[in-house]
Design a protein around this ligand. Structure first.
Ligand code: GDP
Length: 297
């Protein structure tokens, strides 16, 4: 995901660390290249600007350039700033699911990976936390999506709400809640319908579902390859629905990765998980230290 960014930054820092003595001007020149590399990775302009300014403030005009290993010190400052900009939630992988049955609302655009991620998360909750999970598809527009979730359920050993034709999303949500209560489930996950783009009908529908179940977590699933668009989608969903976190999918791809760096700074919402493939166990919690490590190679 970060190959290009990583390579670009690697080049800049190689030159810095080989140089020995550094002037403030050397640091500034290097940081200009860092800024370009960030923008090329589709990091939003204000975030890239802020990032470079923060590093510059810490790296120039003081002990750094006079130290024995100035280049390495600059790299360390960049690393810490990356961790800072990536950090959102204290414990991204821990979902608020006390007080059973806890509703988790999954939202996002069509094709972003919502249904797949619903399955992955359900499996994770079952396998790692021993939770009894119920999944329900609210996608009344695409019967295939409902079947897709049912097939995933069978595959991972998680129950799905029986499909009843002709019900509205909010009624399916209420039925899921009832079944979860009666069946002694710890969690019920609602996989809402997506559209190709955000529209009023979609938002109203998700709002109605939200008001009917009062979700403990509302997770937005977005395609990480879409860069700044992913961040804009998150802003819109948060404004209308209120989200508690983001899952960035397709982080196994060779996209530019900027969404990971801009998300929290722009939306104020933490990335909680990343999708790293199509398989049901290809989901990781979002660990800023590890991501910063990957970026710096
Ligand atoms: P939805 O319309 O948002 O429910 O999207 P789906 O869950 O149906 O996913 C759309 C496609 O993306 C499917 O082919 C998934 O297998 C694939 N997909 C989902 N998450 C990931 C991921 O993290 N990495 C990769 N490579 N593919 C993914």
């Amino acid at each position: 995901m970060f190959e290009n960014l990583s390579e670009r930054l690697g080049g800049v820092f190689d030159r810095l660390t080989k140089q020995g003595a550094l002037s403030d001007e050397d640091v500034k020149t290097a940081l200009r290249e860092v800024r370009v590399a960030l923008l090329e990775a589709d990091v939003s302009l204000p975030v890239a600007r802020e990032f470079v300014k923060a590093v510059q403030d810490k790296a120039t005009g003081q002990s750094v350039t006079k130290s024995v290993t100035p280049g390495q010190q600059v790299v360390k400052i960049v690393h810490d700033e990356l961790v800072h900009v990536l950090t959102g939630a204290e414990d991204p992988g821990s979902l608020k699911i006390d007080n059973p049955p806890a509703p988790i609302l999954m939202v996002g655009l069509q094709g972003g990976g919502k249904t797949t991620t619903t399955g992955k998360l359900a499996k994770r909750l079952k396998d790692r936390e021993g939770k009894k999970v119920l999944m329900a598809s609210l996608d009344v527009y695409r019967p295939a999506a409902m079947e897709q979730l049912a097939i995933l359920g069978t595959q991972i050993g998680v129950d799905t709400l029986p499909i009843v034709a002709g019900q509205k999303p909010v009624d399916i949500a209420k039925r899921a809640k009832q079944q979860a209560m009666m069946g002694g489930y710890d969690v019920y996950m609602l996989d809402t319908a997506g559209r190709l783009q955000i529209d009023e009908v979609l938002m109203q529908e998700v709002e109605d579902v939200r008001d009917a179940v009062n979700p403990r977590e509302t997770l937005l699933v977005v395609d990480g390859l879409t860069g700044q668009v992913a961040v804009e989608v998150a802003e819109e969903f948060d404004a209308k629905i209120g989200i508690s976190g983001v899952v960035l999918t397709r982080m196994d791809g060779d996209g530019r990765g900027g969404a990971a760096l801009s998300m929290r700074a722009v939306t104020g919402k933490p990335i909680r998980f990343v999708g790293l493939g199509e398989k049901m166990d290809a989901l990781e919690t979002f660990e800023p230290e590890r991501v910063a490590g990957r970026i710096l190679g």
